[in-house]
Design a protein around this ligand. Sequence first.
Ligand SMILES: Nc1nc2c(ncn2[C@@H]2O[C@H](COP(=O)(O)OP(=O)(O)OP(=O)(O)O)[C@@H](O)[C@H]2O)c(=O)[nH]1
Ligand SMILES: [Mg+2]
Length: 538
Amino acid sequence: MSAAKPTLDERIAALRTVTEAGAGRIPSAIGDEAAALLQQAEARRSRSPEHTVVGVFGATGSGKSSLVNALVGDEVAKAHVRRPTTSQALAVTWDATGAAELLDWLEIRERVERTQPVDPRAGKLVLVDLPDVDSIEAGNRAIAERLAGQVDALLWVVDPQKYADDVLHAQFIAPHARHAEVTLVVLNQVDLLAARDRASVVASLQSIVSRDGLPRARVLSVSARTLEGIDALRAAIGDLAASKAVRDARLTADVQTLAARIDDPGSAARLDAKAALRVRDEVGTAAGVEVVAAAVASSYRKRAAQVTGWPLVSWIGRLRADPLTRLGLGPKRRGSDKNDDPDVHRTSMPLLSAGAQAKLSLAVRSFADTAATGLAGPWKAAVRIAAEGALDKLPADLDLAIARTSLPARGSWWWAIIGIVQWVTIVAGVLGALWLVGASLLPTFGMPTLLIPRVESGPLAGWAIPTLVIIAAVLVGVLLGIISAVLSALTAAARRRRTRKRLLASVDEVVQRDVVQPVTAELDRARAVAAALGVARR
Ligand SMILES: Nc1nc2c(ncn2[C@@H]2O[C@H](COP(=O)(O)OP(=O)(O)OP(=O)(O)O)[C@@H](O)[C@H]2O)c(=O)[nH]1
Ligand SMILES: [Mg+2]
């Protein structure tokens, strides 16, 4: 953050961010107030920037109208002993060019124009006499309250009897504590005070105004009757009119005041990468990643055994259903799922058992709660709502993601080789056996003798070759059985790991989209509002 004070534009933009990004997270009443203020700021800024509107506020009989007359030097406003006297706002202008639109917006119908300015620097002044701010007349009060929110500078008039009035201070001056720069406090009717009491009454008023939160507000003492102090008040009004910043200072104070009433979202923690991994793993387990990975491995082993096993018994394996097919993830379906309608690609896994659903909820909720640490109530709730929204979508999204994940379900190239060798050994063994059987049986049926060839030399000299072929066939069969069992176990384990990795990647995509992103967005929103509030308040 830069050390420089934000400009009014920056503050207004910040308040807009607060109301927009904070919608639903800040109380709607204050959100509406902020929206109204933004609209009002825009309205004021689009109207005569040269004019300075000074409103004269105070209790009935404090002498507002008399003071306006004294400042103008003419009886423009009706002042009377009858209470309350003023019931409509009256605007006095000196250079009315461009003022009409402003007065229309202020809804001030009574307008008078004079030529001799209050102060040489106040040619573009609009001085507004107002009804009593705490009037017993609701209409009077409404006009004064509305204009207290609209004028550029506030001139509070009090009199020696009621200058400490609680209602005026608590309900009207204190809420404008940030408006000190555009506030004048005037003790009128000082002619009624004994000379020795004046200083102490002014000091007392000054301390009450300080307690209201405006220690820097200017307090002046005047008499509308004797015109004592009027020149100093004129100069003070001249100062306001000369400072081109009054209008913006007022709006700045408005934005600051409103922003101060909005609760801080708290400090949003950075999302922990480990927490995101943990929720992915927990959601993955709940979604059946381990089950599918195990099915891929056992499907592989089953199919390997069918092809590479001893052909005389390996067909038995076919009677058992493929574990992947049982989950609706069979290798046949998988080959054709590229361009199909994804909705038909549900797995046949149940859409999460009650237990899995509970685990999923727990994982997501605890992720959200951890992420929301440091946030204030409504913001925490918003993170939780984001997580609840995720829980509605997750089961179907996870199922789809798992169904779409391409699984390493194909067979291995070496299956066929071993399968062929298995058949060759079987055929060789059978041929060897037939030879031996033929040699012993043919002569009994009077058929020509079948010779049995034998090994002539070497360590196996004298062995019948058909016998050796049978033994070799059995040995090769056993050996192939062992080799393919080992190969298939190793490959199945690797496939299991690969499946787990691929599925977790798919689950991660879903968890990122359904859980992490909404929660992150909520944290970002809280951070944006916190930063904007800081700018609006500074
Ligand atoms: N002695 C004295 N009387 C004053 C002074 N200023 C106003 N008055 C009198 O106080 C009474 C009320 O004055 P107004 O100017 O009508 O007071 P106001 O604040 O405009 O009252 P509302 O319009 O009813 O809110 C009148 O009788 C004035 O003559 C002053 O400085 N000294
Ligand atoms: Mg009056």
